[in-house]
Design a protein around this ligand. Structure first.
Ligand code: NAP
Length: 224
């Protein structure tokens, strides 16, 4: 099954993801247009948000887990080969946005993480040796849950892995009116340097819009 993967990020004009204030209302307000079946969140993106006190040593749920039977809500899906979201997942699933969660694991994922997922009724897919094999995981999400549209909510590293694996269909960027600068840019596409021009990804412009008199929203299709 073909899965449409959309990257959606807000950056400074110089393409950085850090330091400048993200207009969350604007950023998340656009998301319903894609009618995503799953939010593919980067583990580090979730770990960067202070939710409540997470307890990484605790396996037992302290209260019943809040998964929703509302099938119109997307799934929350997170590649997490090292099990770093142990102690965090159940807090995310208390949020009202998702109907349930699927952890993407690999053969290197620690057994304690699977125990934690079981305790909290969180599904998982195991694909790949060290890192998660994202292509295989997306295929399994399609066949197991009927996931056809995925929006990545991630920084440069998950974006980079998806782009380098040729899995992205659309790139959406909101350019905010800030310049950040720096020599260690956290860009929307973090991946090993190219060794030839063959790896350059060509984009076809789909739309440009000005929002709130200051933000430029561009959407591109990835030319395959
Ligand atoms: N402004 C925006 O639009 C926006 C949006 C989202 C996030 N952010 C910011 O971006 C920052 C986090 O970005 P980040 O780049 O550090 O991390 P990230 O993209 O959130 O997380 C990295 C993810 O990529 C996975 N990964 C990395 N390499 C992989 C590979 N080769 N194959 C498969 N999976 C791979 C990791 O899984 P493993 O753990 O298994 O390696 C992890 O789930 C945060 O500060 C956040 O606030 C900004």
């Amino acid at each position: 099954m073909f899965t449409k993967v959309i990257l959606h990020n807000m950056t400074s004009v110089d393409g950085r993801l850090d330091w400048f204030p993200v207009n969350m209302e604007l950023f998340y307000g656009l998301i319903p247009m894609w009618q995503e079946d799953a939010t593919l969140a980067g583990a580090d993106t979730l770990l960067a948000v202070p939710l409540e006190e997470a307890d990484e040593t605790q396996n037992e749920p302290s209260e019943p887990d809040q998964t929703s039977s509302d099938n119109t809500k997307p799934l929350l899906v997170v590649p997490d080969s090292k099990g770093r979201l142990r102690g965090h997942w159940h807090l995310w699933l208390k949020q009202p946005y998702w109907r349930g969660g699927v952890a993407l694991c690999s053969k290197s994922t620690p057994s304690e993480y699977y125990e934690y997922l079981k305790q909290h009724n969180i599904d998982w897919i195991t694909a790949g040796e060290d890192k998660v094999d994202l292509k295989a995981a997306l295929e399994e999400l399609g066949s197991r849950y009927g996931v056809k549209v995925v929006r990545a909510d991630s920084g440069g590293r998950l974006n980079g892995a998806l782009l380098r694996a040729g899995l992205v269909s659309e790139v959406s960027v909101l350019f905010s009116p800030y310049l950040v600068g720096g020599i260690t840019p956290k860009s929307i596409f973090a991946a090993p340097d190219l060794e030839s021009e063959e790896g350059i990804i060509q984009l076809k412009l789909l739309a440009v819009e000005t929002l709130d008199d200051s933000v430029v929203w561009v959407r591109y299709e990835v030319v395959k």
